[in-house]
Design a protein around this ligand. Structure first.
Ligand SMILES: C[S@@+](CC[C@H](N)C(=O)[O-])C[C@H]1O[C@@H](n2cnc3c(N)ncnc32)[C@H](O)[C@@H]1O
Ligand code: SF4
Length: 408
């Protein structure tokens, strides 16, 4: 076994070639000649890999997402069926077993990790996916910078649940957990993740707008998080630290909290709040049936920013179709430019994904507005980015939020 860098060792295996082992504290990546790469969490669960140009990500719910590029260079993301999932996972297990068989007298650490990985057959991973749902309600979506957060669900669902384009939380009623129930949920989360919890960078409070929880209860629930996890600083008995607490908030919920309440949240290490503006065009905004208004969104963002918390503002690309194209771009850009954004804030552009059943589709049909195709959506994203160019000088990132790419 040859050491390549602090955490990477390699060996040559006949019939396979150079095999690299990247031994991070909370993950292991095995690479065969950089052509077949697969990675595992600290408990040895398969998490994903790259197989000759196709990439796969396995969710903790045991779904498997495949990503590749179509003929026009657009990224395609699909959840594969059971057959393909079994084929991919069994192939990975076969490859790791093959490596295990020829490594018997080599590095102890590599062998220890491979043995952990091989504890997980297809059946065990399937059972783990079922166990996930005894700990969590489905984790429908997260902001892209929070894909590696540890999700906790002090609340379930969306308190509004009536935006015409959004079907993320239609499967559940909004409810807030009691402190005892939340603590019990946290214990189950810890047990489920095991050592793999260290791979998570931050805490995300689910679901759709946990920060709408009345302040007294919210503070009580966040204090439980702070008691149970090291947030912002090391804690005895833990070898990882989360960098802060993050959550979604809709505009309607946001307007109810005062500046002083946001300061209290900042002091509890709430670092960034994500708000869906969707569009700055008031007419389109009404058709989307978002709570609040673009102006209220600017106000809410200002209050949150004054309190010292960063924001992630989300807008929809393609919203309103052809009829609203120009107004949507112009008013979205001008609304965002009214916000006091600065370093650490993010503007996310989410290409609208249509669910044929959604109220939004019927409304646009009635208005006679044609849906934008993928080329027009790409153009609109670019136009919004161009309009927001000045933000990059302030350290604000303007970037894509692709809901189809999400898997937890
Ligand atoms: C789940 S919502 C939570 C945010 C918060 N409840 C709010 O509305 O401000 C997160 C974001 O997902 C995006 N989203 C929801 N449905 C979508 C769809 N059908 N296509 C694309 N993006 C969508 C919206 O931009 C929304 O702001
Ligand atoms: S966009 Fe946000 S507020 Fe609207 S239904 Fe979806 S989660 Fe709820």
């Amino acid at each position: 076994m040859e050491r390549v860098s602090d955490n990477v060792v390699k060996t040559f295996i006949n019939g396979v070639g150079d095999v690299y082992f990247n031994l991070q504290r909370y993950s292991t990546t095995i690479s065969e000649e950089h052509r077949f790469i697969y990675y595992f969490d600290a408990e040895g669960r398969f998490m994903g890999g790259f197989f000759d140009g196709v990439s796969y990500r396995r969710g903790l719910d045991n779904r498997l997402m495949k990503k590749f590029f179509d003929k026009d260079g657009f990224k395609v993301k699909v959840f594969v069926d059971e057959n393909e999932k079994r084929k991919v996972i069994e192939d990975v297990i076969r490859r790791v077993s093959k490596i295990r068989n020829v490594l018997s007298e080599h590095s102890d650490e590599v062998l220890r990790r491979i043995d952990e990985i091989l504890k997980w057959g297809y059946k065990q991973l399937e059972e783990d996916g079922i166990k996930f749902f005894s700990v969590y309600k489905p984790i429908s979506i997260l902001p892209p910078d929070q894909y590696f957060s540890l999700v906790l669900q002090p609340a379930e669902g969306c308190s509004w649940n009536k935006c015409t384009f959004c079907s993320f939380y239609q499967d559940r009623k909004f409810r807030v957990k009691s402190p005892d129930e939340f603590l019990n949920h946290i214990r189950k989360v810890k047990e489920f993740f095991g050592r793999a919890i260290g791979l998570r960078k931050s805490i995300f409070l689910g679901d759709a707008n946990a920060l709408i929880i009345p302040q007294k209860r919210l503070v009580e629930l966040i204090k439980i998080v702070r008691d149970e996890f090291p947030v912002g600083e090391a804690k005895d008995g833990y070898d990882y630290v989360f960098d802060g607490i993050y959550s979604f908030l809709d505009i309607f919920g946001a307007e109810r909290k005062s500046y002083a309440e946001y300061v209290e949240l900042k002091n509890l290490l709430v670092k960034r709040i994500y708000i869906g503006l969707e569009t700055g065009d008031i007419n389109l905004f009404r058709y989307l049936n978002k709570p609040g208004s673009p102006d209220e969104c600017v106000e809410v963002v200002s209050t949150i920013k004054n309190a010292g918390i960063n924001v992630g503002v989300i807008v929809l690309a393609g919203a309103g179709g052809k009829k609203f194209y120009e107004d949507h771009v112009e008013n979205t850009v001008s609304t965002i430019l009214k916000m006091p954004l600065e370093n650490g804030d993010i503007v996310y552009i989410s290409p609208l994904v249509l669910d044929g059943e959604a109220e939004y589709v019927k409304i646009m049909e009635e208005l006679g507005s044609r849906t934008l195709d993928k080329f027009e959506i790409a153009d609109q994203i670019q136009e919004i980015k161009d309009g927001l160019k000045s933000l990059s000088n302030l350290g604000v990132r303007v970037t894509l939020y692709d809901i189809q790419e999400f898997i937890y």
